[in-house]
Design a protein around this ligand. Sequence first.
Ligand SMILES: Cc1cc2nc3c(=O)[nH]c(=O)nc-3n(C[C@H](O)[C@H](O)[C@H](O)COP(=O)(O)OP(=O)(O)OC[C@H]3O[C@@H](n4cnc5c(N)ncnc54)[C@H](O)[C@@H]3O)c2cc1C
Length: 418
Amino acid sequence: MFGKKKPEVLVVGAGPVGLMAALELTKKGIVVQIIDKEWQRAGHSYALALHAKTLKIFEHLGLLDRILEHSHKVRSIGIYDEKEQKAKINIADLEEDYSFVTVIRQNILEKVLEDALLELGVKVMWHHRLAHMTASETHADVIIDKLETDTLGYIISRTEQVVTKSIRGEIPFVIGADGHYSFVRRSLDINFDTVGETQHFAVFEFKTDVDLQNEMSIAFANGSANALWPLPNGFCRWSFQLMDTEASQESRIKERYEVQIGTGKYPKLTEEFLRDMLDSRAPWFKGKIEEIRWRHMVRFERRLADSYGKYTCWLAGDATHMTSPVGIQGMNGGFLEVQDLTKAAAQILKGKESGTLLVEYNKNWLEQWRILLGIDGRVKAKTAADPWIAEQGNNLLSSIPALTEDLSSLMQQIGLKI
Ligand SMILES: Cc1cc2nc3c(=O)[nH]c(=O)nc-3n(C[C@H](O)[C@H](O)[C@H](O)COP(=O)(O)OP(=O)(O)OC[C@H]3O[C@@H](n4cnc5c(N)ncnc54)[C@H](O)[C@@H]3O)c2cc1C
């Protein structure tokens, strides 16, 4: 159907999570086809950090050196109120082989993964959209549309996607890593309920003269959560939660061009706006604004799928959960999910397992996200904890760049218990 060998797994979506799923399966000897409806990778940073635990996965994939070459290490987290630092967490104290977080642009990360796949002979089929899927206990019937971009009109030109061919196929196993508006999830009739308040963020990347060294900062000011990340080459990223402005639904569509001209689609995000934000949310930040290279406004809903899949069609990444951007938990959670899902898929396809691992996958990850999204339980403070920190407990849960036992251990450093 697609190439010389019939694919055993179809991965839908070549974002970071789908690329990793395809790589893991290929390394396990499974024949994979990966498709994406867009024409190339993301153009910008978006989710910009890899957690300490995620680095171990990149080591096992043989890609850690390539990642570290393009990244900046973060070894601690400063926690601030409107005025000053209230606490500090040492990522360096984690019991991990790599006890730091790395900051790497999502477009570079996706390139590293796509290149590694290509080296194993798997080419992403860009411009191919899953248009139909019916799942059964033995396989999925799919229709994939091959797209082409057509430029229409000559006075005001606009582009449109045109279907040039439709491919039908029967696939033994499908992984839906097709993002928050997942077609795979919708085809399976899996609900994606809202479980918390939608947050809106203004994000700026700019050059500054202050040396942020190896610390990221989380600033809770006037009821908002804000984050500062050091980036390579003297740049930094500030994300400010907006309390009175809403970003549109389309803001979650990843742009594929790298260059942004002026304020781009966001005229409100001027340098003056950035200065006002810094003055009111983080007066302790003394860095200059030297060159703004990227700005955007983005909407982050809080949602959780009510199941991770059915039959032979399973989901991972943003297709199953949407959360706050501060702790980069969405993408890193997707990478951890892929470890479990690809292990289960490979065993099933090799006839070594009948589905117990998928039942566990569904149960474990739903439980994890129900805690992370604040549906089950609340963060508790130990008696010795600073009262201000104790008040921020649930906000910190979604803001610290870690998951599972690492998140518990980092929160314990400031007297909080999940
Ligand atoms: C503007 C913006 C800013 C962000 N900032 C942050 C941040 O600060 N922190 C943070 O943690 N996260 C952030 N994110 C979210 C982060 O990018 C996602 O969590 C991450 O990309 C999830 O990866 P994924 O692979 O699960 O899904 P995605 O990266 O969304 O990839 C899904 C892929 O599936 C493809 N696809 C969809 N439908 C189909 C179909 N029918 N057929 C074929 N292909 C299909 C899409 O084209 C896409 O390439 C941001 C996102 C945006 C858009």
